[in-house]
Design a protein around this ligand. Structure first.
Ligand code: NAD
Length: 364
């Protein structure tokens, strides 16, 4: 099979869908890999590294789309890429079709086999191609909070770790899933005083088991959230209800009760945010705003700032699926793996993912 990797063109997207290790694996299995020149530059991967691993470099995106049986990307294709699809081509990427009727139409028209990273789901219900980005964002959230707590960034001038004789920062994390756990790990590692809230008692048991007495766990209810938010120097929003808008667990009054110069990092912003005062999505160029004296950070694509780490983390989990699609052909690969089958959003001119069909009012 010929696998093609175009350069990402979305604003500020520096990730790339394959690393030299991925090229070596696919080429070693007898496939050809064609990559658009400079595709890896934003992640610190040179054309020479791809060439040395066995890839062929092409000048233009159109050449990549033309040559390939399967396209691997990071973000959903943009309008200028729609005309480049080949009939029957496999497209393996984050697709997020529900809010994208134009893209969906383009995939249906060209009978593209659209396999979405975000809907690949094994029997256990996990979303393995979303997990690495939650790990990245969770870990980042604390280094961002630590920096914003510094006076020049608008914070109250508190050092996350404290020093001997001076208490460390108090960090409150709402939501103890993938993001929350990774945030807790870094905050504890820096020496902060950390409290985490979740509404799932089994999750709290797990967190208690792995972190021991250094981490305070609390059941998430409005009473406990109110108290933990009021005392926080840094608040991390990390709640998720799968498939739904994030619930506003932290109310406006709770934020008003925080001390001026405290920090809120609402990682759940990509699902609407779980803090009531987070009323906008911010960007890496202008990441914060101040409300009630509290510095708010609500960037929806946090991993984009650490493109290199994110590229390697993402491709670690996409490559085995890409290899299965290439080695077996997509028809056999999706027949044999329910996780991959759930990833298929479009095939042969039809939408095959219920939530997408419902959102776009299309036949399923
Ligand atoms: P997850 O499913 O692993 O964890 C969510 C946790 O929230 C679960 O443990 C759940 O029990 C808990 N929860 C649900 N309702 C709650 C409540 N009322 N109070 C307290 N806890 C509650 O999800 P995740 O991977 O940790 O992702 C969290 C959020 O971060 C998602 O919205 C995800 O899309 C987002 N995210 C954002 C970025 C970014 O760049 N901003 C990057 C990655 C992930």
């Amino acid at each position: 099979m010929i696998i093609g990797i175009p350069k990402e063109i979305k604003n500020n997207e520096n990730r790339v869908a394959i690393t030299p290790a991925g090229v070596e694996t696919l080429v070693g299995a007898g496939h050809q890999v064609v990559i658009e020149k400079n595709a890896g530059a934003g992640s610190g991967i040179s054309d020479e590294q791809y060439l040395a691993a066995g890839a062929r470099m092409l000048d233009k995106p159109a050449e990549v789309y033309q040559a390939a049986d399967m396209i691997m990307k990071v973000k959903e294709p943009l309008a200028e890429e729609y005309d480049l699809f080949k009939e029957g081509q496999v497209l393996f990427t984050y697709l997020h079709l529900a809010p994208e009727p134009e893209l969906t139409r383009a995939l249906l028209k060209k009978k593209v086999v659209g396999i979405a990273y975000e809907t690949i789901q094994p029997e256990d219900g996990s979303l393995p191609l979303l997990t690495p980005m939650s790990e990245v964002a969770g870990r980042m959230s604390i280094q961002i909070a630590a920096q914003i707590l510094e006076k020049p960034h608008g914070g109250k001038g508190v050092l996350m770790a404290g020093v001997p004789g001076v208490a460390p920062a108090k960090v409150t994390i709402v939501g103890g899933g993938m993001v929350g756990t990774n945030a807790a790990k870094i905050a504890l590692g820096m020496g902060a005083d950390v409290t985490i809230l979740d509404k799932n008692p089994n999750r709290l048991r797990y967190l208690d088991d792995i972190f021991g007495a250094r981490l305070k766990t609390l059941m998430s209810n409005s009473y406990n959230v109110k108290a933990a938010v009021a005392e926080a120097d840094a608040l991390i929003g990390a709640v998720l209800i799968p498939g739904a808008r994030a619930p506003k667990i932290v109310t406006e009054e709770m934020v008003q009760a925080m001390q001026p110069g405290s920090v809120i990092v609402d990682v759940a912003i990509d699902q609407g945010g779980c803090v009531a005062t987070v009323d906008r999505v911010t960007t890496h160029a202008e990441p914060t705003f101040i409300k009630y004296g509290v510095v708010h950070y609500s960037v929806a694509n946090m991993p984009g700032a650490v493109a290199r780490t994110s590229t390697f983390a993402l491709t670690n989990v996409t490559l085995p699926y890409a290899a299965a699609l290439a080695n077996k052909g997509y028809e056999k690969a999706i027949k044999e793996d329910i996780a991959l089958a759930r990833g298929v959003n479009t095939i042969d001119g039809k939408v095959t993912y219920k939530a997408v069909a419902q959102a776009l009012n299309l036949e399923y």
